[in-house]
Ligand binder design. Structure first.
Ligand code: NAD
Length: 369
């Protein structure tokens, strides 16, 4: 492959970069199967108007590392459908079904949901190709966002950080950006472990109380469709005020690149637990490292969702999924923190080394002629 074809082309992948078009339906899509040494690739489909091959290739590589680090019998891949994610459901279903027809024969890719793609889309795709993760319960799916699978993994990573002396979870003050499927459950799981949540936000603004928000009441308030900034039990704060809010643990659970060179020095937390992928720029990550702020690598801390998907695909249930998340996230976070303490390297560097070793070992078992 010519190296300029995608942002990433090296000894690990990608194995396939496919552009998909069905002009009669208006489908334009991208599929990148990065690496299948450990098994068929699992990775989400993202719907966005500005999706590019490079973006999908980077996300596919992140899935290779995430799945390898989690010890799954799956490689990494990712797909993109060009479209407005707010389109009407029947229009979305048409595009998703057309996408399914286009990837039917690419059997080393198992699609899952990502931004703009929900359970109903996955059910339509299952109807077309019979191999997906993230199905509705009626089709044997494990409703990972309702149960908080990814957030549960974050809480386990926090327990390990406590074990390594980074924070004292009991009494820790927590900030959560993005009170959605990941953020709201993370708040709940951390409160169960003795932490107090001092500030949260959603797309409309933030809410804070230095003595701790009542998370149970806030969950009810939010699940009724209300913005956190109108919750009665605290003081409304602006989005920007969340970054430097006094706390011990900061959870980005909304969008990428929240921390930059311009704001990383103002973060008061000692531990960053990424629910969102790529929450910090490379510069911000270096600043954290120099300041002794531990940011657990995103693909280690937020692997709960894909672990749940893999258990679903193998026919397991929610109990099995949570036990697997607990075991894998705990072991991997321990291993990364051990290597980090030993080497003094950035946590993301040691985590990529660890995942890369696992992918390369899996590759030695493949036919090479
Ligand atoms: P979600 O849509 O359920 O929740 C996102 C929340 O963020 C919403 O409450 C939204 O109002 C809020 N938000 C949006 N923009 C914001 C902003 N600028 N400031 C503050 N809040 C803002 O999504 P989710 O499933 O919870 O995913 C959150 C992030 O975690 C995403 O980046 C996603 O890619 C990543 N992630 C999710 C999973 C999973 O299992 N759901 C797994 C791995 C990674």
């Amino acid at each position: 492959m010519r190296s300029e074809w995608t942002a990433i082309s090296d000894d690990l992948g990608p194995e396939k970069v496919i552009l998909l078009r069905e002009p009669r339906i208006g489908l334009e899509g991208i599929l990148v199967v990065d690496n299948t040494a450990a098994g068929p690739a699992i990775g989400g489909i993202r719907m966005a108007l500005d999706i590019t091959v490079d973006e999908v290739a980077r996300l596919a590589r992140a899935m290779t590392f995430k799945n390898a680090a989690a010890g799954l019998r799956h490689g990494g891949g990712k797909a993109g459908i060009v479209g407005d994610p707010t389109m009407l459901p029947h229009e979305k279903e048409r595009l998703v079904r057309a996408f399914g027809v286009a990837i039917r024969d690419i059997v080393d890719y198992i699609p899952g949901p990502d931004m703009g793609i929900d359970e109903a889309c996955m059910a339509a795709l299952y109807d077309e190709i019979g191999r997906v993760v993230g199905l509705p319960r009626a089709l044997g799916g494990i409703p990972l966002d309702t149960l908080g699978a990814t957030a549960f993994g974050l809480a386990i990573a926090a327990e390990v950080a406590d074990e390594f002396g980074v924070v004292d979870l009991a009494g820790s003050r927590v900030v959560v950006q993005g009170f959605g499927a990941v953020g709201a459950h993370a708040a709940r799981f951390l409160v169960e472990r003795g932490a107090i949540v001092v500030a949260v936000s959603d797309s409309r603004g933030g809410m804070a109380d230095p003595s701790g928000l009542d998370i149970e009441k806030l969950l009810l308030w939010k699940s009724a469709g209300n913005p956190v900034s109108e919750f009665a039990g605290g003081t409304a704060i602006a989005h920007e005020a969340l970054i430097g809010y006094p706390c011990d643990i900061w959870i980005p659970a909304a969008r990428p690149d929240v921390f930059t060179a311009a704001n990383a020095a103002t973060v008061a937390a000692r531990l960053i637990l990424p629910g969102a992928n790529i929450p910090a720029t490379a510069d911000a990550e270096r600043i954290f490292h120099e300041r002794g702020v531990l940011m657990i690598p995103d693909f280690i801390a937020n692997a709960g969702g894909v672990i749940c998907g893999a258990v679903e695909y193998a026919g397991g249930n929610a109990t099995h999924a949570f036990a697997t998340i607990e075991e894998r996230v705990r072991d991997n976070t321990r291993e990364v923190l051990k290597r980090w303490q030993r080497s003094g390297d950035l946590p993301s560097v040691v985590a990529i080394d660890m995942a890369g070793e696992r992918v390369r070992e899996a590759m030695t078992y493949r036919r090479s002629f």
